[in-house]
Design a binder for this molecule. Structure first.
Ligand code: SF4
Length: 406
């Protein structure tokens, strides 16, 4: 459908962080690193088996590039477009978001149990780690807090690690023949995919990361109109997900998803109301408490790195609000406002519509808790064993390094 010659690697990298500089530059002087040519090359190579994953926030924004109202959900058409472009399998990062909750939620409960048993040295509050711009920020700005983020990899990287191990083995495809492409709302994900921690013998778990805008560009260059396409479903087994995964796209979503699972595992009870309204919203710093039987879980949320700094300085000064878990996202509104999304020019109405769409998708999902995802259960039964097992650690966890302040 697309010619490998249509694009060339001409544009320059200017941003390896949240990409907001690219998204808000008033004179268009900043450009992102365009990797669509790499995708075209991979798709044109008959020796490669090319799989793609799409992040939660992409589906509620890419329609804007084709004239749809902000907050239009075009998941099914996007899947069809990706198949038409020639990908061998079309999977969902949401699957890996559910997997992230299994690992991160288990890690959170492990630390809490040690804390409740009297271990005062346990590293709390645990910090979410799925935003690479935020990880980069703590590595360079708060080296003394480097031990407290969760060691769980981001969903993008968990997906790549599982695709190039479990899936590759299942399909009998050598690792070096599989190409994993990710479609992200984010420019920092390109930098994350290239980090040495996420390579095996020099071969990256995620080979190419493109933004929502780059995917829209690819679709247009292939003469496809997203809005005229029939809807279709993700492939399996890495395409099944729950509502908890889709809310990763919004500020507060990761910690809400983790709370749904942590509550049920800790209390042994079924959560009657899965919507934690107190966690949601647009305030830059938010705090909420969740009663978990014998214990009150205190949660902090920040979006935007200025707000993250405020919350981290509070933690450094002794954590006066006794927070146990903190979610931080670098972009306004979380990934719905990511630097790789269709430009929103600071219009908060656009972000609110995308956020409302995220919660609507969650509400309409038949399963809304990550630990209920049958494909995740099967992955543990057939391959990983259990969350935080030796193999889970090897494939799904990472470490952080202190960097020079910039
Ligand atoms: Fe990327 Fe989301 Fe972090 Fe923004 S908030 S830098 S889009 S991961």
């Amino acid at each position: 459908v697309v010619s490998p010659a249509f694009e060339s690697p001409l544009s320059e990298t200017v941003c390896t962080h949240c990409g907001q500089c690219v998204a808000v530059c008033p004179v268009g002087a900043l450009t992102e690193n365009d990797h669509t040519w790499k995708v075209v090359e991979a798709l044109a190579d008959p020796d490669k088996f090319v799989v793609v994953q799409t992040a939660p926030a992409v589906r509620v924004a890419i329609g804007e590039e084709f004239g749809k109202e902000p907050g239009s959900v075009v998941t099914g058409q996007m899947v069809t477009a990706l198949r038409s472009l020639g990908f061998d399998r079309v999977f969902d990062t949401d699957f890996a978001a559910d997997l992230t909750i299994m690992e991160e939620g288990t890690e959170l409960l492990g630390r809490l149990n040690r804390f409740l048993a009297g271990d005062k040295d346990v590293p709390l509050p645990i910090l979410t780690s799925c935003c690479p711009a935020w990880v980069n920020f703590i590595e360079s700005q708060f080296p003394e807090l480097i031990d407290i983020p969760s060691s769980a990899k981001s969903p993008q990287q968990m997906f790549g690690a599982v695709a190039k191990s479990f899936l590759a083995e299942k399909m009998n495809i050598p690792r070096e023949k599989m190409v994993v492409v990710s479609v992200m709302p984010c420019l920092a994900k390109k930098y994350e995919a290239a980090r040495d921690e996420f390579k095996v013998d020099g071969n990256p778990d995620v080979d190419i990361s493109i933004s929502t805008r780059e995917l829209a560009h690819l679709i247009k260059r292939a003469n496809l109109n997203l809005l005229e396409l029939e809807e279709s479903e993700f492939d399996n087994p890495l395409g099944e997900s729950t509502g908890a995964a889709v809310i990763f796209g919004s500020t507060g979503g990761v910690i809400e998803a983790a709370t749904r699972t942590a509550y049920e595992i800790h209390t042994g009870k079924t959560l009657e109301k899965v919507d934690f309204e107190d966690i949601r919203g647009f305030d830059g710093v938010r705090v909420a408490s969740v009663q978990m039987d014998d214990f009150t879980l205190n949660i902090g949320i920040a979006h935007g790195l200025g707000n993250a700094r405020k919350l981290l300085e509070e933690v450094e000064s002794g954590n006066p609000r006794n927070l146990h878990a903190i979610e931080i996202m670098a972009c306004p509104g979380g990934c719905i406002g990511g630097g790789g999304q269709p430009y929103h020019h600071g219009n908060s109405d656009i972000l609110k519509k995308r956020m409302a769409a995220i919660y609507e998708v969650d509400k309409n999902m038949p399963l809304r808790k990550s630990h209920e995802n049958p494909s995740i259960t099967a992955l543990y039964e057939q391959y990983l064993g259990e969350p935080m097992s030796e193999l889970s650690h090897k494939l799904l966890h990472t470490h952080y390094s202190v960097k020079d302040k910039v």
